[in-house]
Ligand binder design. Structure first.
Ligand SMILES: C[S@@+](CC[C@H](N)C(=O)[O-])C[C@H]1O[C@@H](n2cnc3c(N)ncnc32)[C@H](O)[C@@H]1O
Length: 254
C-alpha cells in the first residue's frame, strides 16, 4: 500500500517538493472551477491531500476544504501546518471508500495521488465514492499517469543536497499487462551529516489511456469534460502524448 511509503517519507515530503509552485497550481484549479462551475465552489474535498499543500492554500482563499489521506504521518505534517485552524479539516481515510455524509462542489486529487489506484476495481470504487460526494454539476479535477508510447524503465536517482541531504535510488519496471510501473527504492536522508532515515521499499503506480479513463468515469456516473497538459501546473495546454501526468476534469450531470 502507498500509505506505508508515505508514512516513511512524510518528514521529507515537503523538502522533496520545494520546487513545486503550489500557489500557481491553486490558481489553475480556481480557473478550472470558474470555467466549469456556475459559481465558485463553496466546498472542496482534496483526495490524497498528503501534507496539505493545496488544501491549506485553498482554505486561505476562503474555500471550505476537507483533506483526505490514508497516511497518518502525512496528515500529522498537514495538521501541524494548519496550527489548530478548523479549515481545512483533515480526515484519515482510504479514498477508495469513505463516507463523509455530505457533498462538495468540487473534488481534487493532485500530484500523482490518483496513480496509486492500481486496478480497475480500485479506480471504479474511488470514482463512485467521489461521485457520491459531489453535488449536481460538481467537478472532479485530478492528475493521472497517462499511458505513453514507451514507459521509462531502468535505474534512476534523486539527489537533494543541503540539510537534509536526500539520496533516493530507484529501479523502474513496467508491467504491460497490468499497466503498472513498479519502482524499487532505496532511500537515505542525512541530517547534519548523519544518517537520519533509510528504508527499502517497492511501490507501483497505474498508467491509463484517455479512452479507458473516460469509460471508467462513465461507469461511475461522471463525464470526462477535459484532458489537458499543464505548464508545470500553471496553465492548461492541449494534451501532449508524451505528458506523463496530465490533468483531467470530470463533471457530474445536473
Ligand atoms: C504524491 S502524494 C500527493 C500529495 C498531495 N496531493 C500533493 O499534491 O502534494 C500521494 C498521496 O496520496 C495518498 N494516497 C495514496 N493512496 C491513497 C488511498 N487509497 N487513500 C487515501 N490516500 C492515498 C498518499 O498517502 C500520499 O499522501
Amino acid at each position: 500500500m502507498a500509505e506505508r511509503l508515505f508514512d516513511r517519507l512524510a518528514a521529507y515530503y515537503d523538502v522533496l517538493h520545494d520546487d513545486v509552485d503550489y500557489p500557481a497550481e491553486c490558481a489553475l484549479l480556481e480557473a478550472i472551477f470558474s470555467t466549469y462551475l456556475p459559481h465558485p465552489p463553496a466546498s472542496i474535498v482534496d483526495l490524497g491531500c498528503g501534507t496539505g499543500n493545496h488544501a491549506l492554500l485553498l482554505a486561505r482563499r476562503r474555500y471550505e476544504v476537507t483533506g483526505i489521506d490514508a497516511s497518518a504521518a502525512m496528515l500529522r505534517v498537514a495538521r501541524a501546518k494548519a496550527r489548530g485552524r478548523p479549515n481545512p479539516a483533515f480526515v484519515r481515510a482510504d479514498m477508495r471508500r469513505f463516507d463523509l455524509g455530505r457533498r462538495f462542489d468540487a473534488a481534487i486529487c493532485m500530484d500523482g495521488a490518483f496513480t496509486h489506484l492500481l486496478t480497475d476495481r480500485d479506480l471504479l470504487a474511488h470514482l463512485r465514492t467521489v461521485r457520491r460526494h459531489l453535488n449536481p454539476r460538481g467537478v472532479y479535477v485530478f492528475e493521472f499517469a497517462q499511458a505513453l508510447r514507451e514507459e521509462t524503465v531502468g535505474p534512476g536517482w534523486i539527489h537533494r543536497t543541503g540539510d537534509p541531504e536526500i539520496v533516493w535510488l530507484y529501479e523502474l519496471a513496467f508491467d504491460r499487462r497490468r499497466h503498472l510501473l513498479t519502482s524499487q527504492n532505496r532511500f537515505f536522508a542525512f541530517e547534519r551529516g548523519r544518517v537520519a532515515r533509510t528504508f527499502v521499499n517497492t511501490y507501483s503506480t497505474r498508467v491509463l489511456s484517455v479512452p479507458v479513463l473516460r469509460r471508467l468515469l462513465e461507469r461511475a456516473g461522471m463525464r470526462l469534460v477535459r484532458v489537458a497538459s499543464t505548464d508545470e501546473g500553471t496553465r492548461l495546454r492541449p494534451l501532449r502524448r508524451d505528458d506523463p501526468l496530465p490533468m483531467a476534469v470530470a463533471q457530474v450531470d445536473a
